[in-house]
Design a protein around this ligand. Structure first.
Ligand SMILES: C[S@@+](CC[C@H](N)C(=O)[O-])C[C@H]1O[C@@H](n2cnc3c(N)ncnc32)[C@H](O)[C@@H]1O
Length: 393
């Protein structure tokens, strides 16, 4: 699932090497990386040494030797974290103990009042206690996808900090997806790391279609990019999640870019194929965003370029929870399957964002009037499909 705010992030590239083992982050601090391993297993850990030109610069400093270490979320997601929110984030742990005493008093008052003065007053008292204690019930905004992938990778390979149940047993890593009507779904994150032997048939057919310079939009843990590299297809992985890029890098994906398609379009690189896999047709978001998104891809497209996008037709369901959601969306002028979602992992969450699941007919409408033509829909695995778009002559 996608993640983060896309518009105001300054462009930054992991694809511009400083040296073989250093790459720039957005803050222009190099990330120390382990030698990538071709098989996805942890690479050999090299001592972190500054490359000569890095050592010369006081601004460029080698950082933590743990290749999967993530910086503080506020530093990762400056675009989506407002200053007030950032300040609030750290407050819970930093406040003096006197505050916690006051908070405990509020809590006991709240619990007592629940039986005496009813739910409203109790809820108000608990809310006051929460605000004193820095507990809002809301997640801290951060790199949900990156943190989740890092943990899934740790479970997968034994590399880095593994999430444990009871401090001992491996805990499954689950992607939690919240919809704005209260629906919550969970899916094992491990599938973002799976090799081709575990893929769905449409993933294989999508990869078979890639040709020429290929941009894997939302590369995630690099499962698709690794396979393309193995086939000798020149591939660049683009993602808004620094944590996801680090996992991809560690798994051997060589060319990675941090940012959105709009930001990357400003870099002047050109591609023959754009892949939107793992349901990433969802990045079209809806009627407003789709033309912008397609224009950004067109700005990076060589003549004859194609988009291979995997989508899901949402309208086969009879579940009233979903049909009702589609109806409500239409009443609001949105596409039926224009989902408003946020992702959660541990204490982190994303901001709310739109993610599109649409029929092929709706997709054809969205593409109409853009520089792209919908030339094929492969729906052999319905409700999943591959949409093939070609740049108009
Ligand atoms: C559902 S996962 C798919 C991962 C991968 N394509 C796969 O099939 O395993 C979505 C990925 O898109 C990334 N993403 C979300 N919003 C994005 C955006 N606006 N631009 C680029 N990548 C984005 C997420 O960080 C995540 O890695």
């Amino acid at each position: 699932m996608p993640a983060v705010s896309r518009r105001s992030r300054p462009p930054s590239r992991l694809s511009q090497p400083i040296s073989r083992y250093f790459r720039l982050t957005r803050s222009r601090r190099p990330i120390a990386l382990r030698r990538p391993a071709a098989d996805g297993m942890p690479g050999h850990r090299r001592p972190v040494r500054s490359a000569p030109h890095v050592a010369r610069s006081r601004r460029h400093r080698a950082v933590a030797p743990d290749p999967l270490h993530l910086p503080e979320p506020a530093a990762v997601h400056t675009a989506s974290v407002s200053p007030s929110r950032t300040t609030q984030t750290g407050a819970g742990t930093a406040w003096p103990s006197l505050r916690n005493v006051a908070s405990r008093m509020y809590f006991s008052a709240a619990r007592r009042s629940r039986s005496v003065i009813g739910q409203d007053a109790a809820a108000t008292a608990v809310a006051r206690a929460d605000s004193v204690n820095g507990v809002t019930g809301e997640p801290r905004i951060g790199d949900v996808f990156g943190e989740m992938l890092r943990d899934a990778y740790a479970v997968h390979t034994g590399t880095g900090r593994r999430p444990l149940a009871g401090g001992r047993l491996p805990r499954p890593v689950i992607e939690i997806i919240e919809r704005d009507d209260g629906l919550v779904n969970g899916a094992p994150a491990a599938h973002y790391l799976e090799g081709p032997e575990h893929w769905q048939p449409y993933d294989h057919r999508a990869v078979d279609r890639a040709r020429g310079e290929t941009l894997d939009v939302g590369v995630g843990g690099g499962r698709i990019a690794r396979e393309l590299q193995a086939r000798g297809v020149p591939v660049t992985g683009l993602d808004t999640s620094l944590g996801a890029l680090r996992v991809s890098r560690h798994r051997g994906v060589r060319d990675l870019v941090l940012g959105t398609v709009d930001e990357h379009a400003a870099d002047g690189r050109l591609y023959d194929t754009f892949l939107l896999l793992g349901n990433n047709l969802g990045l079209f978001e809806g009627r407003e965003r789709a033309p912008e998104f397609l224009a950004a891809l067109a700005a990076m497209a060589r003549p004859g370029a194609q988009i291979v996008a995997q989508g899901t037709d949402p309208y086969g369901t009879t579940d009233p929870l979903h049909t009702g959601y589609h109806e409500r969306n239409r009443r609001l002028g949105r596409l039926g399957g224009q989902l408003r979602l946020r992702l959660r992992y541990r204490e982190l969450g994303t901001d709310w964002f739109d993610y599109l699941v649409c029929s092929a007919a709706e997709l054809a409408e969205l593409v109409h009037g853009t520089p792209w033509r919908l030339v094929d829909v492969d729906d052999r695995d319905a409700p999943y499909y591959l949409a093939i778009l070609r740049l108009a002559e």
